[in-house]
Ligand binder design. Structure first.
Ligand SMILES: Nc1ncnc2c1ncn2[C@@H]1O[C@H](COP(=O)(O)OP(=O)(O)O)[C@@H](O)[C@H]1O
Ligand code: SF4
Ligand SMILES: [Mg+2]
Length: 330
């Protein structure tokens, strides 16, 4: 099983921008195998959700379009091999849920509040499989049980009758019910408290082992990436700034953005001592940072030089077979 994204570029036409656009995802390469967890880490507004949505061609068509690239999926278990970007729109439902599923940050907006959760899960089954009502119900119950939700007791519950953590586990049951090869989890724990968040992370870890599931885990939290992922893509203003084995990236960050990001996490920072002010990266990510012609991290970089404005570090420099960095000074 393999999911390979090559040179993916998505153009966003922000509202009231007079037709001006930004490449909200720019020349992204990403590779993930079955059973692997790849984290996409970066701060809010860097385009992580756009990237996740575009893999399933769910990026909002009124404001964005995919301009280039490929998303090739090879799923031998389902006897399928295709490029999602080349598919006709009418064929996309056969990919969504069956080959790749997605879980979003907020289960409150993803679940329909007026439909019982069991019915919402069986609907997903009926959309893809020819099964009877009773069989679909049993499948839904077994998946809820697998996600540590008492399926039989909760089948007829409405979303508001469940806790936040339970709703997120229902979302994961729904995402997994067609046994997909890959799961995109977009900040699935951000809306949860720490303990519930840990339960959901453990659950994702469990299903990736049981189902040889490949997971793209989107997060703004480097410590979560450290705990859950095998490899990490550090994302900033639409571009991968650095990627490689998670352990190597945390232990030896090379890109100035990664260095700054790690320094901003108290529990990970080597410099952090009690009583010392927490480090924050100066400035903000703005639409200007997405503009071509300079390094996208330039305005906030502690290592920048004049040449970073003149030479565009377009490509990722290869450090080793798995490690790549997009910086003129590394
Ligand atoms: N539907 C939308 N219409 C216009 N701009 C959007 C829309 N969704 C997101 N954006 C903009 O696209 C950029 C990237 O957003 P997003 O992918 O949600 O970032 P992240 O998930 O990393 O926080 C941001 O500048 C955001 O304001
Ligand atoms: S290219 Fe220059 S501005 Fe960009 S991250 Fe590297 S040192 Fe900083
Ligand atoms: Mg997001």
């Amino acid at each position: 099983m393999n999911l390979e994204i090559k040179d993916l570029t998505i153009r966003l036409y922000p509202k009231k921008s007079g037709g001006r656009y930004i490449n909200v995802v720019d020349s992204v390469d990403l590779n993930i195998k079955g059973g692997e967890i790849a984290a996409i880490v970066g701060e809010s507004g860097s385009g992580k959700s756009f990237l996740g949505l575009s893999i399933l061609r769910l990026n909002p068509p009124d404001v964005s379009k995919i301009v280039s690239g490929s998303v090739k999926i090879k799923c031998l278990e389902k006897n399928d091999e295709l490029d999602i970007i080349k598919l006709y729109r009418k064929d996309l439902p056969s990919v969504r849920g069956r080959l790749i599923s997605m879980v979003f940050q907020d289960p409150n907006t993803s679940l329909n509040p007026v439909i019982k959760i069991g019915e919402q899960i069986t609907e997903a089954i009926f959309a893809h499989e020819k099964v009877g009502k009773l069989e679909a119900k049993e499948i839904a119950i077994s998946y809820l049980n697998r996600m540590n939700v008492d399926g039989r007791a909760r089948f007829n519950s409405y979303p508001h009758e469940l806790s936040g953590g339970m709703r997120q586990r229902v979302m994961i049951a729904m995402a997994m019910v067609l046994n997909p090869c890959f799961l995109i989890a977009d900040e699935p724990t951000t809306a949860l408290d720490v303990t519930t968040s840990l339960q959901v992370l453990n659950l994702i870890e469990k299903i990736r082992l049981e189902s040889n599931l490949g997971v793209i885990f989107i997060t703004h939290d480097l410590s979560i990436a450290k705990n859950i992922s095998d490899k990490t893509y550090v994302f900033y203003a639409g571009q991968v700034m650095e990627c490689g084995k998670t352990e190597e990236i945390i232990d030896n960050p090379l890109h100035p953005y990664t260095v700054s990001l790690i320094k901003s996490v108290p529990s990970l920072s080597k410099d952090y001592m009690q009583g010392q002010r927490l480090f924050t990266i100066p400035g903000y990510l703005t639409n200007d940072d997405f503009m071509p012609g300079k390094c996208r991290f330039y305005s906030r970089c502690f290592k920048k030089g004049k040449d970073c404005l003149q030479n565009i570090p377009l490509s990722l420099n290869k450090i080793n077979s798995e490690r790549f960095v997009r910086c003129l000074k590394v």
